[in-house]
Ligand binder design. Structure first.
Ligand code: TRP
Ligand code: SF4
Length: 400
């Protein structure tokens, strides 16, 4: 019914680091050639925790978009936009809030976890509780098929699926649904209508998943039908009402976890990051002073890579041969730690060189970035408006 869209967002928290690159951005770059991708700056989400620093959000937002572009996110392929420029997200969030049980929000694991972790902030706000609901609106408004996120965000995608299901359940059951669905079947044309009915029966009577898939594929190709009729046919197929909001699936970002310089999670608050576009001298110094296996006090003391954060960097950056060289050299004290770090330094600098180069043109001319985002906003807004028209229609809010 809808192209297999991918939607993902990132909060503008300041300069991005290599953890963001390996944990998310690299995957965004890969996906942009496989699906229509919508990547946005979740600036309202930044306010859920940092409402008292709202003045820095804008600068962080533009910096972050430059980091995306530096990483290889390509505005000719992906749509880049800013959440707050599409107020339809807020409208959908408000309407969804009416049908969202408080218990569902309170039970999202990140709610209590984050409150404990950020204990220095007062997060007993509605905005913070509603974080996953705003995120749901971000995704559902584009009827996305996939949401690429890390492990920690899986409950949020689960949550948005439940919200979509609840919305469709409440508002997809229009009066005379059955008759309208049957009329829509006829509009497929006699050959496809017959096939649709057969597949539907096979699915509903025998639970044949293959038949369900085939019927969906048939509908994907039924371009001549109005959106409302397609929604009815998707719903009728499974025995429900209209499918107005699509339940998205998680696209788990393959865990190529790059920890911080000290071996903990790479995070600005731990002061253990390497920024995406950090200058070569500073990167070199940071890696040269990275802690290593504490057993290697003297050059002649053997060590164990498993106890060393430098080894984690080799896992991300080094080829098989280098890794074997590290394993053998560390355990036999055949190599020194500085020697061991050199291939990592070289690889990080090599990864960053094209990033710095790509960023330069945007740093020289910031209007380029603003134009990219303005174009992206226009594209996103058009889709968001279309969804909202239907949402209002099924809720009976399209007053004229
Ligand atoms: N919660 C996400 C994060 O912290 C950011 C985000 C906001 C998001 N809205 C989204 C991610 C929609 C995916 C889809 O990383
Ligand atoms: Fe770490 Fe390499 Fe030193 Fe071993 S030789 S402790 S892996 S830096």
């Amino acid at each position: 019914m809808y192209p297999e869209r991918v939607v993902s967002g990132m909060r503008p928290t300041g300069a991005l680091h290599l953890g963001h690159y390996h944990g998310a951005l690299k995957n965004w770059v890969k996906l942009q050639s496989e699906f229509p991708c919508f990547y946005f700056v979740a600036d309202w989400h930044a306010l859920t925790t940092h409402y008292d620093e709202s003045q820095v959000v804008e600068e962080n937002a533009w910096d972050m978009v430059i980091d995306w572009l530096a990483s290889g996110v390509d505005p000719a392929q992906a749509t880049l936009f800013m959440q707050s420029r599409i107020p339809e997200h807020a409208e959908l969030h408000t309407l969804l809030s009416m049908i969202t049980p408080l218990g569902w929000l309170e039970r999202v694991p990140t709610y209590k976890d984050q409150q404990e972790k950020l204990a220095d902030r007062d997060l007993a706000t509605y905005g913070f509780l509603g974080y996953p609901l705003l995120q749901s609106a971000d995704v559902l408004i584009y009827r996305a098929r996939f949401v690429p996120v890390g492990e920690d965000q899986v409950p949020h995608v689960e949550f948005m699926r439940e919200i979509a299901r609840r919305f469709n359940h409440i508002y997809g059951r229009e009066p005379g649904f059955e008759e309208k669905a049957k009329a829509a079947v006829k509009k497929l044309g006699s050959r496809k209508a017959k096939l649709y009915n057969q597949l539907r029966t096979r699915y509903q009577e025998q639970g044949d998943e293959g038949a369900l898939e085939s019927a969906r594929a048939l509908l994907d190709e039924a371009q001549n039908l109005a959106a409302g009729d397609l929604e009815r046919l998707f719903g009728y197929l499974e025995g429900g009402g209209r499918v107005i909001l699509v339940e998205p699936d998680v696209l788990l970002t393959e865990a190529s976890r790059l920890p911080g310089l000290d071996g903990q999670k790479m995070s600005k608050s731990y002061g253990n990051t390497i920024a995406l576009r950090e200058d070569a001298e500073s990167v070199t110094k940071k890696i040269r002073t990275m802690p290593t296996d504490p057993a290697r006090v003297k050059r002649t003391d053997p060590g164990d890579p498993a106890k060393c954060p430098v080894w984690q960097f080799h896992l991300t950056y080094s080829d098989q041969k280098t890794k074997e060289w590290v394993q053998a050299g560390c355990r036999s004290a055949g190599i020194g730690c500085l020697e061991c770090k050199q291939p990592v330094i070289d690889a990080v600098l090599a990864e960053q060189a094209p990033m710095r180069e790509r960023a330069q043109k945007y740093l020289d001319d910031p209007t380029l970035v603003k134009n990219i985002v303005a174009d992206g906003c226009d594209k996103a807004r058009e889709l968001a408006r279309e969804t909202m028209r239907e949402v209002r229609e099924v809720m009976g809010l399209d007053y004229s």
